[in-house]
Design a protein. Sequence first.
Length: 294
Amino acid sequence: MSTFACSLVVNGQLSVADRQEPLVPWWSFTKTVLAATALTLVRDGLLSLDEVVLGGPFTLRQLLKHEAGLADYGELADYHAAVARGDEPWPASEMLERLDAARLRYQPEVGWGYSNVGYLYVARIIEARTATSLESAIQQRVLQPLGVTSVRLAKTPAELADVDMGSAAGYHPGWVYHGLVVGSLSDAALLLDRLLGGSLLPAELLAQMQERRVLGGPLPGRPWIVAGYALGLMQGDIEGDILLSGHTGAGPGSVIAVYRCITDAGPATCAVFQKDAKEGDVEAHVVAALRHCR
């Protein structure tokens, strides 16, 4: 197994800044970025968390919380086979047709099911309400205000040429239908720390972002005693009555985990990246680093 890279922010200060730090894929940590972008639209009165969107019957809140009743293209064996072969990504319309995405798997808010399709819809809502590209909306509304400079949306394999993709060289980011954000590990930690501890969102909206749906007890091979999901945030309790908020992301060749908690020394955020790793192992590195801050 490859060694892991770690970035730590304690009381708003980055522990070590590597000038030669590589860019890495943020995988599903992108969902946190998308949720933050959508919530700035709520902040500005351009969108409501509880309005029915895209013809419904689901709301933005339900999309962000994976409560909209949608399926996930990760359940398609043909999807994984096509990615492994290095095929060109299917058009989104084809993916949705293969998935029978219009058929809800459960009534919104009654159940829960992790859905990348839901975040594809969030990305479409952002573009429609801002009348700009997803990348521009993310840059203007989240990345620039939070002062993270290495971050961008990768849309073609050429845009991953300078990104550490592990064993997934040649991967096409178009297979991530809600968009694949890439950036340094330090910027991942800084973004989450500044998002949850800063003024990008008003206090009431930030509190709503962190209201989770509890999903269950301990998960095999993962550090969580209680697992839950909020608005673009995975939220897990670990031993010692500590709540971690952030997101884990996994894709071909690598895993990233970015989490924040409140320690005796103050707020601390840790981002860990590892190639050819398991999600639970990377999360365990995050937990160990954050415990060291206490």
